[in-house]
Design a protein around this ligand. Structure first.
Ligand code: ADP
Ligand code: MG
Length: 373
């Protein structure tokens, strides 16, 4: 059980340390995709409207970049200031200058090595900036970092609205209603193994596409030519599980052509770049009956133009009457490009955190919020 910030009504003058996920893409020093910033607004606005003093903590993963562009974006919408410091004297001074109903954004927290190391002294310095702690950063909550697990051990802790939305949206995928179908694609089998193993325990069928399928073809003894394969042995064992479904027709390419062909007829010089529409036609009856469908991972090498498999599958799944739960960094981008965001029951904005939550049923950042009595 985690507590929601809904329970917090008397917030006047309270210093609230909020872990947000402001790790957004920048182009020429400006925010180029604000989805994650906008997603944090309900929590921040809720706290500010109740006259709290809000201290925002985030990381930016790329080259330890500054969060100042995020501040420049947000200052149009929020009464916010920025301090180019994480938890030192300047941060404490800026925080103590806050008035009720004002927000302060701290600098990229990963600039302090104590964050990723979950250093107890650093967690203490950070925690001393607030009276209470709120986690609204579900996509980072698979990391046992100071701002995710260290601080909530020291302060009364709550979950923000975006965090709860993710937990509530993904939880039904942990106990799927039969008939159920999981679809897993992407590039590297090792990053999806724990997920696939856990899905095989709960789902009636697991369709494996994208480059992950190549490992399975190779395990079956098919020629995979120049296709991307991980080279791990794990597919061999998984193949024995009759719940696994594989695309039977693939789109192959080489320097001069592309064509659809049966997965067991790939040539030495060819590369499997996508699943063919025929494979999705074959999956259609399973989708039509499914009451829960979980989907993570693109079906093809979409960056190089192989978008068809993912597109056709997205249309099919989004038309299902069942509970359709989708997520993953690249999967989300594909669905956004297709304009299908609203057509699924739930679209997660989390990448690795979603995979870990689905594989383990919880995350370090969830455990850290749990009420212990
Ligand atoms: P997500 O971020 O949604 O979890 P992944 O990161 O696991 O997805 O996988 C996305 C990557 O998988 C993309 O870079 C895409 O090009 C790659 N991919 C999918 N199918 C293939 C394929 N057949 N060959 C090469 N790359 C592929
Ligand atoms: Mg990815």
């Amino acid at each position: 059980m985690v507590r929601s910030i809904n329970e917090l009504t008397d917030l006047k003058g309270m210093r609230v340390l909020v872990r947000v996920d402001f790790n957004v893409p920048l182009t020429d020093g400006r925010v180029s995709d604000a989805i994650r910033l906008d997603a944090a607004l309900p929590t921040i606005s809720y706290l500010l409207a109740r006259n709290a003093r809000v201290i925002l903590v985030s990381h930016m993963s790329k080259s330890l970049a500054s969060l100042e562009p995020v501040y420049i974006y947000l200052r149009h919408t929020l009464p916010i200031s920025f301090v180019a410091d994480v938890a030192g004297v300047p941060a404490h001074q800026a925080a103590s200058g806050l008035k009720d109903g004002q927000a302060l954004l701290l600098e990229n927290i990963r600039r302090n090595p104590g964050e990723e190391a979950n250093d107890p002294q650093f967690a203490k310095e950070l925690a001393s900036l607030g009276d209470i702690y709120v986690n609204d950063a579900f996509p980072v909550s698979h990391r046992a970092h100071a701002s995710i697990v260290g601080v909530p051990a020291l302060l009364p802790s709550y979950a923000g609205f975006q965090f709860l939305k993710e937990v509530e949206g993904l939880t039904p995928a942990l106990t799927p209603q039969s008939p159920s179908l999981a679809i897993v694609g992407g590039a590297k089998l090792v990053t999806k193994l724990a997920l696939i193993q856990s899905l095989l325990l709960k789902y009636d069928q697991v369709f494996v596409g994208g480059a992950l399928a190549n490992d399975f073809y190779a395990a079956k003894g098919y020629q995979v030519g120049k296709s991307l394969v991980s080279g791990s042995d794990e597919a061999k064992g998984l193949l024995l599980n009759s719940k696994i479904l594989l695309p039977e027709t693939v789109t192959v390419s080489n320097a001069v052509h592309r064509e659809d062909k049966p997965a067991n007829e790939v040539g030495k010089e060819e590369m499997i770049s996508d699943i063919a529409p025929a494979s999705i036609d074959a999956l259609a009856p399973v989708v039509a009956k499914a009451r829960t469908i979980l989907w993570n991972g693109p079906m093809g090498n979409f960056e190089n133009g192989f978008t068809e498999g993912t597109g056709v599958l997205a249309k099919l799944v989004s038309g299902s009457a069942g509970n359709t739960i989708v997520g993953g960094g690249d999967t989300l981008a594909s669905i956004q490009n297709l304009g299908l965001m609203e057509k699924f029951s739930f679209v997660s904005t989390a990448g690795g955190a979603m995979l870990d939550f689905l594989a383990n049923g919880t995350l370090p950042g969830i455990g850290a919020l749990e009420i212990k009595d």
